[in-house]
Write a protein that binds this ligand. Structure first.
Ligand SMILES: Cc1ncc(COP(=O)(O)O)c(C=O)c1O
Length: 428
């Protein structure tokens, strides 16, 4: 029995499924999880001493790889002063300022601990500000596990095939209207029918939680236009794309001006930190200025803030990172598609910046319905073959593959060699 197997057996006795977040259990790819000992650069090392090239990057935060010296140093300095005060610290204003500098639509910012918390908070804020109850989300998008946002959600909900989540009151779920991603007609019809009751439309500007799905050219502008026309708020969930697609995120890349934005993952440098922000008059509806209550014992935690500032300042300084991770991603995704096709698999792929997914379906994949046509059994075989060869991919077809700045071109070529061998050995 390996040490990972032993630790997993122990964990399942005390932690449901042995994991603290469902996709980590690796069930959909027919495996047990590996237990990680440490990470360095582009690699993670398991408790049995095996190393893996990491295409998961802790599900997005680690755009530059593991244990980067600038984040580690910032943490060492911060921890000497204490770990939490529950009173304001200078770093919080500095990080909010850095966010505003790169995301001018976020005129005011509040720091929280997770993307889920950011999502839950923006929905309450949008409802409080507009005095309306309904929200619109797109099928297959994931915005965290708050009650209103788990309807037709991607990520683990898609991976495990959970149709509706027990515990979410139907009366609340009914207030979430869902529309297929990229479907401007359906969105227009939804506004025609419910326009005066819609508080907000929330979207991942590039979907990353049904696998990577790109917005078609008219999609995001249509959301912006329809929300403006109907007095609803446009919420851009940049928890994945923020500081990843460009330093200014998807809103800079696509030229968007959302009313509210959610950030997470990268802005915490690998520590639990997220943020939401937007138009001043909307944000001033929050307590203590306005009546919409939102709070947190550890919000703006000094360690998370120090790591976040170090991560963000590095990306603002070293902008060549974006070209490198994009190049790696392009090479990986085009090489992988070519290899899979040469071995006779029906596949298609979506790629942008450092994000990509190869789907085991003919495609094209442009929404949740087309993503769900993927053969997840084949993905599982592919994933297990890659793991065996020392490559750590997301343990689900419905997630993004991230390249990190820790990777060098030889790493990608080695990954493609391993993919070729794996695909060759797979049973159709
Ligand atoms: C787009 C998006 N929004 C929100 C979240 C929720 O963030 P967290 O897992 O930090 O709660 C995620 C998590 O993967 C995400 O991908």
């Amino acid at each position: 029995m390996s040490k990972s197997e032993k630790l997993f057996a122990e964990a399942t006795q005390i932690i449901p499924g042995g994991v603290n977040s469902p996709v980590r259990a690796c069930r959909s790819v027919g495996s047990d999880p590996i237990f990680v000992d440490h990470g360095r650069g582009a690699r993670i090392f398991d408790v049995d001493g095996k190393s893996y090239l990491d295409f998961v990057s802790s599900w997005g935060p680690l755009i530059c790889g593991h244990a980067t010296p600038w984040v580690t140093h910032a943490l060492e300095e911060a921890i000497k002063k204490g770990t939490s005060f529950g009173a304001p610290t200078e770093g919080e204003t500095k990080l909010a300022g850095l966010i505003n500098e790169n995301y001018p639509s976020m005129e005011m910012v509040r720091l929280v601990n997770s993307g889920t918390e950011a999502g839950m908070s923006v929905i309450r804020l949008a409802r409080g500000f507009t005095g309306r109850d309904k929200i619109v989300k797109f099928q297959g998008c994931y915005h965290g596990h708050a009650d209103s946002l788990l309807v037709s959600a991607g990520s683990g909900v898609a991976t495990l095939g959970i149709p509706g989540c027990p515990g979410i009151p139907a009366a609340l779920a009914e207030l979430t209207l869902t529309v297929p991603y990229n479907d401007v007609n359906a969105l227009t019809e939804t506004f025609a029918k419910h326009g005066k009751d819609i508080a907000a439309v929330i979207v991942e500007p590039v979907a990353g939680n049904m696998g990577v799905v790109l917005p078609e050219p008219d999609f995001l502008p249509a959301i912006e236009k329809l929300t403006r026309e109907h007095g609803a708020l446009f919420i851009c969930d940049e928890v994945i794309t923020g500081f990843r697609l460009t330093v200014g995120g998807a809103q800079k890349h696509f030229g968007l001006k959302p009313d509210l934005t959610m950030l997470g993952k990268i802005i915490g440098g690998g520590l639990p930190l997220a943020a939401f922000g937007g138009r001043r008059e909307v944000m001033e509806s929050l307590a203590p200025v306005g009546g919409v209550y939102q709070a947190g014992t550890l919000s703006g935690n000094p360690l998370a803030v120090a790591a976040g500032i170090a991560a963000v300042e590095y990306l603002m300084r070293e902008t060549s990172v974006y070209g490198r991770i994009r190049q790696s991603s392009l090479r990986w995704s085009s090489g992988l598609l070519e290899a899979a096709k040469s071995h006779g698999f029906n596949v298609c792929g979506n790629q942008i910046g450092s994000m990509s997914t190869m789907f085991f379906t003919e495609g094209p994949v442009r929404d949740y319905e087309s993503a769900l046509k993927s053969d997840t059994g084949l993905y599982g075989q592919f994933w297990r073959g890659m793991l065996e060869r020392g490559f750590w991919l997301a343990p689900s077809q419905f997630e993004a593959t991230f390249t990190s700045a820790g990777m060098i071109p030889d790493d990608i070529e080695a990954a493609l060699d391993a993919a070729n061998e794996t695909l060759k050995a797979m049973k159709k």
